[in-house]
Design a protein around this ligand. Structure first.
Ligand code: G3P
Ligand code: MG
Length: 404
């Protein structure tokens, strides 16, 4: 794609295929007046890992793409955007600083939707109830949870500090111990479990999660479910094919008036994600799968009281659309009657493209992350496949200008 060029006098823009004159652009923008100012006909939602970043490294095309949104485009206007990631593990206020330096543009916290940001909208339900928060380093996600409104958020490291025998295969490091809160879990019933970010210690987090849900919240308390007798333990996956139909005969239901079962809330369904390692890495979705496999082996059926957030869930795209509208209204200084078209740019067909397609957003799949062309067509069909985020932005702007 030839780099677009501006001709200063006539404000006409020449691309390899078209010549656009400002006049045409302006008439298009009028449709999106909000408050005192104009909005461009399109806005963007960018995935982070595999689109803008690879692990700690910035993908070069990312800075060029953001330059274009900053005004270096044939419309001659700033094009708003937000970041929508299944990543997380730190507070949005902290993440904005890191992202701003990595991307070379100022990113505001209300431009960032991480996997757990949506929990701001459910924290009120658990504000005064003890909950277990999983993922991230030490007690970072506890602090994030508290900032969202969870007043009694505990970590599995707190459990180990309380009873090291709860998981004999991990000894707290001095740093971990320093992050713990003293609490007696025998008198602190956990009401729900929130997996904010990828667990750093799968086995510890798995054990404590199972303890909480099987004992109705009292860690170390008696299990309320009747485990499947040993001789009826379900066969391992690879053997099960031969014995399909083995009836699962156990479910945890709360008898009338009794405490509701423990909800387990996952924030990121990604099985794989792309970091700076040559091959994709296991994501939080892999932890969920492992948890369900072990739970089913113990109890005979998958754990039913699970909520899933994160891309591609409708809840997360709806939440992101609200964040985007708030951002536009802030920029425009007034109510946005009609949203400009939202373009989603992502590297993962399962999360970015599937979710955008379901939300009715045009979607662009880039080749800088999870999706590998050599492995065949993507599992979810995007509106367009681009080499990288720069081509994605250029294509979308071009498309909008053609639709004038
Ligand atoms: O842990 C993060 C990973 O699952 C994907 O992040 O930015 O590609 O949605 P992202
Ligand atoms: Mg990604």
């Amino acid at each position: 794609m030839q780099r677009l060029a501006f001709s200063s006098s006539s404000r006409c823009v020449r691309s390899s295929t078209n010549v656009f004159c400002a006049r045409a652009v302006q008439s298009r923008q009028i449709q999106y007046r909000a408050g005192g100012s104009r909005l461009p006909p399109l806005v963007f939602t960018f995935d982070i890992d595999g689109v803008l970043l690879r692990g700690p490294h910035t993908i070069p095309a990312a800075r060029r793409a953001l330059d274009m949104l900053n005004g270096a485009n044939p419309m001659g206007v700033k094009i708003p955007f937000i970041l929508l990631t299944n990543g997380g593990g730190t507070h949005e206020e902290v993440r904005k600083h890191k992202l701003s330096s990595q991307l070379g543009v100022q990113i505001h916290s209300n431009q960032i939707v991480q996997a757990h940001t949506i929990l701001k909208s459910v924290a009120h339900k658990y504000a005064d109830k003890p909950v277990l928060v999983l993922g991230g380093l030490n007690d970072v996600v506890r602090k994030v949870a508290e900032s969202y409104g969870f007043k009694q958020a505990y970590t599995t490291l707190d459990v180990l500090a309380w009873k090291p025998e709860a998981w004999p295969f991990h000894e707290l490091t001095p740093e971990e111990r320093a992050s713990t809160k003293p609490v007696d879990f025998s008198t602190t019933p956990i009401s729900a479990i929130f997996v904010f970010h990828d667990p750093r210690n799968w086995s510890l987090d798995m054990q404590i999660t199972l303890d909480v849900i099987r004992s109705g919240g009292i860690i170390g308390g008696p299990y309320l479910d009747t485990p499947k007798p040993a001789d009826q333990q379900p066969l391992p996956q690879h053997e099960r094919a031969h014995s399909q139909g083995a009836p699962s005969q156990h479910r945890q239901v709360a008898p009338k008036g009794e405490k509701p079962p423990i909800e387990v809330v996952f924030c990121n369904p990604d099985l794989l994600w792309k970091s700076d390692f040559p091959q994709p890495r296991l994501g939080q979705g892999a932890f969920r799968m492992a948890f369900q496999t072990v739970y089913e082996a113990l109890v005979g059926t998958p754990y039913p009281h699970v909520t899933q957030y994160g891309k591609p869930t409708a809840a997360t795209y709806k939440f992101a659309e609200k964040v985007l509208r708030d951002r536009l209204e802030e920029l425009a200084g007034g109510r946005v009657e009609e949203m400009p078209r939202v373009y989603m740019v992502g590297d993962n067909p399962e999360s970015d493209i599937a979710g955008a397609n379901a939300a009715g957003w045009p979607s662009v799949l880039v080749k800088t992350g999870v999706y590998e062309e050599a492995r065949g067509p993507p599992t979810h069909t995007p509106t367009y496949i681009a080499e990288d985020v720069e081509e994605a932005v250029r294509w979308a702007i071009d498309r909008e200008m053609k639709q004038k």
